[in-house]
Design a protein. Sequence first.
Length: 413
Amino acid sequence: MALMVMLAVSIVGPSLRSAVSDSSANTLGVASNLASSSSSAEQTTAVPSTAVPTTAVPTTAAPATTTSAPTTTTAVPSDQTELVHLLDLTGDLSSKSVVASGHGFYFAQNMMYRHTISVFTADKELAATIPDSVDLSAYGFDVEEGTYMGAPVEAAFSPNGRYAYVSNYRMYGPGFSGGGSDGCNKGAGDDSFVYRVDTETLAIDAVYQVGSVPKFLAVTPDGQRLLVSNWCTFDVSVIDLADGALITEVEVGRHPRGLAITSDGTIAYVAVMGSSDIAVVDLTDYSQTKLEGVGPGPRHLILSPDDSVLYATLNSAGTVVKIDPSTGEILDRVTTGAAPRSMAMSTDGLSLYVVNYNSNTMSKVRTADFEILQEFRTADKPIGITYDPFNDEVWVSAYSGVLHVYAEQRPAG
């Protein structure tokens, strides 16, 4: 597998295969049931307040990076505050995920439906629409010169918020014969790539080759390694971010997705969605054990701030479970809605936020006793969610073309 190389560095990657069929690329498309989310929209609009510019800042622009220290709007514990809906952002969006940098940026990954990454600022303005087009040969890969397109899935930020790493479901262009699919067997489809976006320029500045259908990503707390779960190669790529070298590929089982890394950077938990298990990878030597039988279809993982509890969505069972990571014991479970997908957690670890894909809802859950504190209706097919300590906000992305923005506020009185 080729390594990441910076522009003007000549490292030859392996030969790549032929072009992905556009007709097979749209297998996950979701038709919007909202007039405002029409695919013909040419601008992003805030509803009902905060105006957003009608045109994106060109990706060649260099807006100042927002790096102010995160602020907390209230000292009240998050399970005692009220989550309120602030506004909706609509326009040229169809986001698989939305991820907060913690330093004032929000990246929404629009898959192959828009071939873009939409970048918003803390004041809900559209800072840039970054196309997923790159010339792989310019980064040292042994391919034809020309434009290659990706399909942005998820993002993860470096600890200081300077870089965003974005996975691509598949690639389009000369030499690519086909991408994998959600139902792929091991090894199906071409290898894909992760892009690095510099948040000072809001442009792609580095490329890493990984496995087939990369999905979730996570950066170790020291900022030195990037972990990428590869859906169709059944493994996790580990990349050294100092030089872009591929350290290893850890095979974990059928259809890995969610990743959670302990605060000391020594253990990675991997949701093996094609099973009922969670892989436990020792990041000191890349040996592996498993938490077996946690439930069918584990998809997304989050660790509590002290690493003592692991939370998992069980997409097939329609529940969220609380796990003792030292034993694999299920401590509690809650049914939040049909097909719980992604989660986010408040900084204090007292509240969990869950999007329920087939119920079109988002739930706020108290982690202490798994009581559902609040529930919100969302646009069709909520799929991504992020919590931002910068301003105590929760952002939800829906495939149907809406970004919902909520905020934690002190209860009245």
